[in-house]
Design a protein around this ligand. Sequence first.
Ligand code: 4AD
Ligand code: MG
Length: 448
Amino acid sequence: MTIKTMLKKINTLTDLQEITVEGWVISNRGNDKIRFITINDGSSVSNLQVVIKGDLNNQFNTDKILMGASLKVSGQLHLTPEAKQPFELNASNLVLINNVAEDFPIQKKETTLDFLREIPHLRHRTNLFRAVMIIRNSLLFEVHKYFQEHEFLNVAAPIITSNDGEGAGETLLVDDESKDYFFKQKAFLGVTGQLHAESYAAGFKKVYTFAPTFRAENSHTSRHLAEFWMIEPEVAFYRLNNIIDLADDLLKNAIRNTINNHPDEMAFLDNLQNNELLPTLNKFLDKKLTVIEYKDVVEKLKPFAEQFEEKDIHFGMDLASEHEKFLSDKIVNGPVAVINYPKDIKAFYMYQNEDNQTVAAFDLLVPGIGELIGGSQREERYDKLLQRMNELKIPQEPLKWYLDLRRFGYAPSSGFGIGFERLVMYVTGVSNIRDVIPFPRVAGSIKM
Ligand code: 4AD
Ligand code: MG
């Protein structure tokens, strides 16, 4: 039984029940007569207190056991319903599997996130990273579960592709036609699975990808990674409003179930955020999503222009992270979907609205982070799509297949991409994206 299961099934546990636990030492205090060793088995942020009495301490050399060591302990469970920890273990046997060397970098004293980022192979041996990675795992599971329960087909979009799916030129190169490389043609790491998902939506109707994507954006921010995971549903016959409803429902489901299934981790994280994390998330769960037109956002931001670094607030501007955060933090005070952006600041494949100025796109912005989701209804009209690609000087040849979809029974199609790490940031309250992925890759830095 793991510590998590014991906590969950507390009512089925009995006093003096024999148990065995394997895990790592969190702390070790006491003396020759009695020692308290807390251990964590990785199943939860909660630890188990092991009590070692009398001569057993000399027999097992318990005073030599250091924080971080791996142990196997067996003994009798002692239920302590009045205490903070509802049970402890009275050890009768203890095996020190592997003690730690003196220079183990994770120590009891406060370690900074900057320092921990230098040791990605060890930082999950702290409570914060334990909690974050457990929540990350839960969100991944809940997202897959949601799609599977709603009859979506998972599509394995390729990691290596010959397309720049966003047409933004931020691709990481794998191969080049000019050299004696493997594919002997231009190949990139995919920036999005969307275009491939569209081909499958035209046939399976409801599909999704959930996979790593790669961007050579030279942005040194707390919200950008060179390798990040994206969740991309694509649904044929859906239009913009349908896909926004899907995003809202998916997020609320995944967040609600994660909060319910991980009370200890969420309580731990909430505590780190002055107990503001859970109320904020619950407020989102209880409220209908706010939807605002881009043009109205511009009007709402104008009175606050002086507060921004970019003060020239006008129709046609791209919203910077400062504007996005201000809108969701201060004006809406919660998540908000901004719709119908000017076409010149959005990707080539988005559906062009009647007004000839805007596209049927949406960005979902959340407090503290800004953009969490980007999505749109796709341009289904062959001529309009081709014309837009030409205007933006996007090479036709690699995307001939994508244009062809529009000649072979393409129905209106819509989809979006959730930056998975930004979702983990939102749910855990962690403010730097490098701390919600096990092994972060950013411009100029790749460890391990
Ligand atoms: O807005 P983006 O660029 O949209 C697309 O890629 C579409 N093809 C999605 C679709 O319609 N299927 O990216 C989607 C999301 C962003 O909202 C952001 O959360 C995240 O991906 N994202 C990043 N996350 C971490 N690091 C980066 N460098 C990111 N770039 C985008
Ligand atoms: Mg975007």
